[in-house]
Design a protein around this ligand. Sequence first.
Ligand code: OGA
Ligand code: NI
Length: 344
Amino acid sequence: MEAVAEPRRVQTLVDAGISRLPSRYIQPLELRPDPRRCGIDVGGIPVIDLSLSAGDPVPAIACASRDWGAFQVVNHGVSSRLLEEMKSVGSSFFSSPMEAKLRFACDPRSPASEGYGSRMLSNDDGVLDWRDYFDHHTLPVSRRNPSRWPDFPINYRDTILEYSDGIKKLAQTLLHMISQSVGLPPSYIEDAVGEVYQNITVSYYPPCPQPELALGLQSHSDMGAITLLIQDDVPGLEVLKDDEWAVVHPLSGAIVVILSDQTEVITNGQYKSAVHRAIVNDHRPRLSVAAFYDPSKTRKIYPAPQLVTENSPRKYREVLYGDYVSSWYSKGPEGKRNIDALLI
Ligand code: OGA
Ligand code: NI
């Protein structure tokens, strides 16, 4: 059997004390973060208050979804204690000895396998992201196998379980609001997605010796329905808006909502999935936790018939979600090229 090279974790390069970026991580000129643009603030993605006393959030969700495909929510009902605990167990894992972490290594032969890894794609060429991650399969319950998750710190597994349930409820609430905001019945997108497949990915971006040449995560849109992300206080996440990269400012207690490709298909393009990426810095590690809310692979996704009219003809072909995922992993995520392939 052919041996598969174990991909190196980015953290091992940093621990070895490298001072120059290895060539596999050097982005082509046109994709590098532009240092001259750093500091220009186009206002940042909208922040929406979900507390009852703030009034109906649906109109603000409509604007944010149409203009940005991303927004932050506050007073969302997931306790700050749980958000902090989630980031804290993630960060304890990544600061543990490599030997302990490698007990939970993902399978380097299969893309998107659960566990501790660094490279997402099945193909071996292409520039690598300056990121290590831990991916957890959390829903449906039949996919959950906590013995594959770290057993340190002691509350790691319970925290993932509690976070998975809490964030699923919020994702459903948000999908209801997003459906309503586009004139669909509240449960429309949730029903179209079917049984939810949830993955929780903790991303760890070590300090990078030459951050101006690298990306933590290359430009992409997420492939499922919606992504809910929390980050520590180190900036790095950027969303593309009118051809400019806008920083998503870390906001304590907030959750970043990113609309993903299947929501774009279901809304017949009224809402666009947000193109986003992560940049890195040379002095502080950064941690984020993304919870992906995806259809099952056997689900067919297509534009809501109510949103296909004479004035807004159907824009996307129907797709079996499993086929979409396979294409994503074989072609790579760059920009929006996967969803563009569905355009009629
Ligand atoms: C992702 C993602 C951004 C970040 O995991 O899909 O976009 O800030 N993460 O970690
Ligand atoms: Ni993403």
